[in-house]
Design a protein around this ligand. Structure first.
Ligand code: BTN
Length: 253
């Protein structure tokens, strides 16, 4: 490659702020369908029908960053885009002085608990990147099973944190990593791998192709590598990953 890569688009132009949305992904999808340019962002103070990966509901009370970013990618590895968004989200958390880890594909963890999640949805050739971060969300405001495995930034940061500051950091880091994703995928892999919460851990992947084994990092296309109990390495492109029963070593990450 010669010269500097082209600058990535400014994200947050326009920035649509709402008190309430069903799901910011719904509104960003409509913008995508209407032909709005890359970089538009929808952010809501709360969502009434927030959604997560694998058809799950995503609790979105006030106190979080609930936002969706409209991207129109040209080139770049599709499997790595969600990882790049995960890295950007982890860095937005770290900007508050709190170390973050990543659980494949893009859950952001603090102290072994989920603090943020990413949901990418295709709209034709566009992609809506939905990101949710618990910033000052009281855990009591989350459904009990979610709260048991979740955390919020205000419980870990030394100083005060607010959704607005985290959103600003998130859009800056996303702008950076979206540009790197297109031109330097190895940098995305390295940044993701340096925060890999599962590497070396016994895991169970559920989904279309269930696998049990030891997590061995990620492949160049973003797939999770799992070495099965009898030694065969498998790559997994989609699914849900958790620690295999009896080994909760991830707790405390
Ligand atoms: C997950 O970890 O399951 C992904 C959660 C993604 C939640 C965000 S909040 C903003 C955007 N709108 C939604 O309905 N979902 C995403």
């Amino acid at each position: 490659m010669t010269g500097a890569p082209p600058a990535s688009p400014r994200l947050g132009r326009p920035l649509v702020r709402l008190d309430e949305a069903t799901s910011t992904n719904d509104l960003a999808r409509r913008l995508a369908e209407a032909g709005v340019a890359e970089g538009a962002v929808v952010v809501a103070s709360r969502q009434t029908r927030g959604r997560g990966r694998l058809g799950r509901a995503w609790a979105s009370p006030p106190g979080g960053v609930w936002c969706s970013v409209l991207l129109r990618p040209a080139g770049g590895s599709p499997g790595l885009l969600s990882l790049a968004v995960g890295v950007a989200t982890a860095e937005a958390v770290e900007a508050a002085g709190v170390p973050a880890a990543l659980r494949w594909p893009n859950d952001v963890l603090v102290a072994g608990r989920k603090i943020a999640g990413v949901l990418l949805e295709a709209v034709g050739t566009a992609v809506v990147a939905g990101i949710g971060v618990n910033v000052c969300v009281p855990l009591e405001a989350l459904p009990a099973p979610v709260a048991a495995a979740a955390t919020s930034l205000h419980l870990h940061a030394r100083g005060a944190v607010a959704p607005e500051g985290v959103l600003e950091a998130l859009l800056k880091r996303l702008e950076h990593w979206y540009g790197r994703w297109a031109h330097d995928p190895d940098a995305v892999l390295a940044a993701w791998s340096s925060r890999d919460a599962l590497r070396g851990q016994p895991v169970r992947v559920t989904g279309a192709e269930p696998v049990v084994g030891t997590a061995e990092g990620i492949a160049p296309d973003g797939a999770l590598i799992v070495r099965e109990l009898h030694g065969r390495p498998r790559t997994v492109m989609a699914g849900d990953v958790s620690l295999a029963p009896g080994r909760r070593a991830l707790e405390g990450v």
